[in-house]
Design a protein around this ligand. Structure first.
Ligand code: ADP
Ligand code: ZN
Length: 767
């Protein structure tokens, strides 16, 4: 069988024998490759292209070249060709070209360079990250042959008895019920490739090459199409989007539509038009919303949908990539990285739930998919559509400044009202004061909802039983030995667990690790404890908990939601996993157990996140004529975020919060660059942070940049996964000034071996 693709496409004997001689020759007529490496460097390096590689080299292909002090052969990307020899040093030569076809076209090269500039990282790092591993290794390209039983298998077989191995192959195909790739089949049948080939030679098994099978094997079937007549708001929205498309110019449109206003239907109609012109669309959704329900909705309306989610294997991802490049895919639905899908003739980009923080990548390159989408849409002169019931203040401010346009859908479809939101002050609730999760008002509401055969959703953003184990004697909480975070007690599993690094103590400590006092108190409330309480207080009802502890297995998420949809479960409780996007008409009550968990975080977006959360959770009810109610328990009910959310008043919240941020000159009125230093020795980390801060301050002064430098200081979570963390922040109204300040010193940042430096532009996470 063919081996997977080799790293180096060219055998040694294809390379020039005497590299040095070739080098001299090449210097004379000077074809140079511009190369970037997977390093945090802004430099583009020049290499001589030896004659033997001239026909093969091209932008977007990977090469191998000697790099750095030791001239170690290193893989890089060719990003351009030139004939101008830059002044200065002697040039080295490429040693190999690794790809026959470019992995990135001119547009993707341009986009990735923009990302490197915008997010202050290396161009090579960006290319390395956005081109899927399966595309680089050409995973599965030789293996897209699928095997299935011949249609007339029984007849052909007749009375023949097959040898055991071949029988196993037949049994594997029968039980799979779908065509299998050779590797899948030989694994399932626990045999090599030869019995499969023998069966094929006998005509009992047939093979065919089919890329889309890889793509569609695991996708749910389309949902039967229900004819929807757009209401006037939806009509107007579709018209606005198409008029931007027809103008041939880029524009960003913010679709602000309350939960249940029919935003998805608007996306679909706009995409139908675009597909009609032979163009493609990319729809980004948060990974958590890539549910079969969402996928089915798109598949029922388009004949060719590629779904890019994080569970794809390398070869599946590669198959999708090929299919997208060929133009056969109409709609690409995926999480953040789908923004790089190589659609040949893109017509529209949609970002649903624009406010979700998961659109920002939290490893290098730390790009925000919304900003990359904006750039790509500008490059391709097409509309970018951002949809949300609770847009980020960044997007809202752009609308207020008339940089982007607004499309409003303030009403739910079919004149359904938004549910009333009742804020319950838990400070006066006798039950909550005694330590129960569900206060009196919510308890009563749950009882009546259940009596009327409605379903209930309870939301609590903390998993485990109790988030704090606390010693009464010395007043210390039990912390993770590797992180500055207290351990959460998971009663069912019988462990105390760190939610940051997964460190666990089993069984959980019974004595204080500091003072040895026996009997630790557990404080606070997690979903596990909430479930315990619900089962005790509502013994008649079926209850289901959804959080990352109970939903570990692939598919369990769907099974749970199906059970809830079918009415087998009356009370669904869980973390943010259940706050988003779910549409269950029979849910007549939603309870937010503690609205304050995010509110008191030292984060500039604490109020915004609280508002979003309540609005999104409230969106889960009142989705049918049965109506619905929302109870929000809070110990600070007077907080504006909670008050505005209870009135469904996004505009009121946005203007109050923007006012507040403007006074403080924080985002969206300024940009932030956060530089994090982390390493095993605290003094080293601190010293490097200090040195860097000093250099930046000097550069800012010298160039008179309007940049404020804060810190360095220990991060909020100073120790994480055994590493000490310090950070400094630069803020400015001008992103340009921030970049100038960093680039002025980037080449001189300390490079102590065990201190890692992370640059985060427009960070979402400040911990
Ligand atoms: P959103 O994304 O704004 O929360 P959805 O697009 O999910 O809203 O729509 C909510 C529900 O309303 C869906 O079941 C959808 O099929 C339905 N729907 C959408 N538009 C209409 C319409 N014009 N008339 C009736 N039902 C509609
Ligand atoms: Zn830890």
């Amino acid at each position: 069988m063919a081996r997977p693709q080799q790293q180096n496409l060219f055998a040694d004997d294809e390379l020039p024998e005497n590299l040095a001689a070739w080098e001299v020759a090449a210097q004379n007529d000077r074809l140079l490759a511009e190369v970037v490496f997977n390093r945090p460097l802004t430099t583009v390096y020049h290499y001589v292209v030896p004659d033997a590689l001239r026909e093969l080299i091209g932008p977007g292909k990977r090469i191998e070249a000697p790099f750095g002090r030791g001239n170690k052969l290193t893989t890089g990307f060719c990003v351009g060709l030139s004939t101008e020899v830059p002044a200065g040093r002697a040039l080295k030569s490429l040693t190999a070209v690794l790809d026959r076809e470019p992995l990135a076209d001119a547009k993707l090269l341009e986009l990735t360079r923009w990302i490197a500039d915008r997010y202050l990282c290396g161009w090579g790092q960006v290319l390395e990250s956005v081109i899927p591993a399966g595309v680089k290794s050409r995973a599965g390209t030789r293996d897209l042959t699928f095997f299935e039983l011949a249609a007339d298998f029984e007849r052909r077989l007749g009375k023949t008895r097959l040898p055991a191995k071949q029988q196993a192959v037949v049994a594997a195909l029968q039980s799979a019920g779908r065509p299998l790739r050779a590797d899948e089949l030989s694994e399932a049948a626990e045999c090599g490739i030869s019995p499969i080939h023998t069966l094929r030679d006998k005509g009992l098994v047939v093979s065919r090459r089919d890329r889309m099978l890889v793509a569609s094997a695991e996708l749910p079937p389309p949902e039967p199409h229900r004819e929807i007549v757009l209401n006037s708001d939806q009509h107007r929205a579709v018209r606005d989007i198409l008029s931007v498309l027809q103008s041939g110019q880029h524009k960003t449109l913010l679709l602000h539509g309350v939960t249940g206003s029919g935003k998805t239907e608007v996306y679909i109609r706009a995409i139908e038009e675009i597909v009609g012109y032979g163009r493609q669309a990319i729809v980004l959704v948060p990974e958590i919303s890539l549910t079969p329900q969402t996928i089915r909705r798109f598949r029922s309306r388009f004949s060719s949908v590629a779904v890019l989610h994080s569970h794809l294997t390398d070869s599946e991802r590669h198959a999708h990539w090929q299919e997208i490049v060929s133009g056969n895919v109409q709609v690409v639905v995926g999480a953040r990285s789908a923004i790089f899908a190589p659609t040949p003739h893109l017509g529209l980009i949609v970002i649903d739930e624009e406010h979700e923080t998961s659109f920002k990548q939290d490893t290098t390159p730390r790009y925000h998919a919304r900003e990359v989408a904006r750039r790509r849409a500008a490059q391709e002169r097409i509309p970018l559509l951002l949809g949300s019931a609770t847009p980020t203040l960044e997007s809202w401010l752009r609308v207020l400044r008339k940089e982007d346009s607004l499309i409003s859908m303030p009403k739910r479809v079919e004149r359904l009202p938004l549910p009333p939101v009742i804020v319950v002050d838990t400070r006066n609730d006798p039950q909550v004061r005694q330590g129960t999760a569900i206060g009196r008002a919510l308890f009563t509401a749950m009882n009546s909802a259940l009596k009327e055969k409605g379903q209930v959703i309870l939301f609590l953003n903390v998993r485990g039983f109790a988030p704090v184990l606390w010693c009464r004697a010395c007043g210390e909480g039990v912390r993770c030995p590797h992180c500055d975070i207290s351990l959460t007690w998971h009663k069912q599993r019988g462990v105390a667990l760190c939610h940051s690094c997964d460190f666990e103590v089993s069984p959980p400590p019974t004595h204080c690790p500091k003072c040895g006092h026996g009997g630790l108190t557990h404080l606070g409330l997690g979903t596990e404890r909430l479930e315990h309480e619900v089962r005790q207080r509502f013994p008649e009802a079926t209850c289901l908990r959804m959080d990352s502890d109970t939903m570990k297995q692939r598919g369990s998420h769907q099974t749970a939601l199906d059970a809830f949809r079918a009415g087998e479960v009356q009370i669904l409780l869980g973390t943010q996993m259940i706050a988003k996007g779910l549409d269950f008409p029979n849910v007549t009550l939603v309870g937010v157990i503690d609205a304050d968990t995010q509110l008191h975080q030292p984060d500039l977006r604490a109020a915004e996140r609280t508002f979003q959360l309540i609005a999104q959770v409230a969106g889960r009810t009142g989705r049918s004529a049965r109506g619905g109610r929302v109870f929000v328990q809070s110990a600070s009910p007077e907080q504006p975020a909670i008050q505005f959310a209870s009135r469904h008043d996004y505009l009121g919240f946005a203007s109050a919060e923007l006012e507040h941020r403007k006074v403080l000159q924080v985002p969206p009125f300024s940009h932030l660059v956060r530089v994090i230093f982390r390493g095993p020795v605290e003094l080293d980390v601190e010293a490097d942070a200090q040195l860097t801060a000093d250099k930046i301050r000097a550069a800012v002064k010298e160039q008179s940049l309007a940049v404020r430098v804060l810190g360095p200081a220990p991060c909020l979570v100073t120790r994480l996964k055994t590493l000490f963390r310090y950070h400094l922040q630069m803020t400015s109204v001008s992103l340009e000034a921030l970049r100038a300040a960093w680039l002025a010193i980037a080449a001189e940042v300390p490079t102590r071996k065990d201190v890692e430096i992370v640059v985060d532009v427009d960070p979402m996470n400040l911990r």
